[in-house]
Design a protein around this ligand. Structure first.
Ligand code: MLT
Length: 260
């Protein structure tokens, strides 16, 4: 089974390198490959930066990318971290029916189903202005302290997080922020979801804390299998900070998906 994994803001596909490695060494059980595309406007994405990266636009991009990368029939699990999770909600809303026969399970890492309130929207606006003025370094200053658990500081995970933020073109980060501010909530999608669901969160996640993860599992009453995984010594980047825990959660999800 494939895993399609969508990264967060302002990051890229390298967030999932530890899972890619585990899949290729057979350590992800039934998951034999990980497709982690770069979202629009960065890395190897074929989609150019737009003025606003609405979650619906990113979800439509992913739909096309999945068709090309996986072919027409292969079964897959869909995973998203933070902004990637918001993209998953739009993907299910817009393309869920199309992939109904193939999409066997959903994994949400360090994300939330609530939309931005006025204060968060004002924060996004200020962040856009800071990047316009000072470049991507402004995003690094704002985000890095919030991305990782205390114990991840000074580790290779922090180094990669820093490199991913700095590799994000400023126009892309600004377009992401504009799209994040406009996004819809995802609770309705989750309450309709009727396949296995993994919700994983770092216990030190300062952006989407465990209370957000609990709120998501609470509404997923139609899912036949739901696992809430709270990961010790992880912040907002569980697959990078504690890849073995993330891998164990995904293997359990894949096994539940195979049971049907
Ligand atoms: C992310 O990690 O994708 C962002 O922090 C999401 C957000 O700011 O809501």
């Amino acid at each position: 089974m494939h895993l399609v994994a969508l990264h967060g803001y302002p990051l890229d596909h390298r967030l999932f390198d530890p899972l890619v490695e585990r899949a290729s060494s057979g350590a992800l059980g039934p998951i034999t490959s990980v497709f982690a595309p770069d979202l629009r406007g960065r890395g190897q994405s074929s989609h150019p930066v737009a003025a606003t990266h609405a979650m619906s636009l990113l979800a439509d991009d992913v739909m096309g990318d999945v068709e090309v990368a996986l072919g027409p029939d292969a079964p897959f699990l869909l995973a998203g971290l933070s902004m990637g999770g918001y993209v998953c909600f739009e993907f299910l809303k817009r393309h869920g029916a199309r992939f109904r026969g193939r999409l066997r399970g959903l994994a949400l890492f360090d994300t939330k189903a609530s939309a931005d309130d006025d204060a968060l929207r004002a924060g996004r606006k200020a962040a856009i202005e800071a990047i316009r003025k000072d470049g991507i370094g402004a995003a690094l200053t704002a985000m890095l302290p919030k991305l990782l658990a205390r114990g991840s500081q000074g580790t290779p995970a922090e180094d990669l997080a820093r490199r991913m933020v700095l590799a994000t073109p400023p126009a892309t980060a600004m377009a992401d922020l504009a799209g994040l501010a406009l996004r819809d909530e995802g609770f309705e999608v989750l309450s309709a979801w009727d396949r296995p669901l993994l919700v994983a969160v770092g216990d030190e996640d300062a952006i989407a804390p465990p209370s957000d993860a609990e709120a998501m599992t609470a509404v997923a009453t139609r899912a036949p299998w739901v696992k809430l995984l709270t990961v010790p010594r992880a912040g907002h980047l569980v697959p990078l900070e504690q890849p073995d825990e993330a891998a164990a959660g995904l293997v359990a999800l894949a096994e539940a998906a195979l049971r049907g």
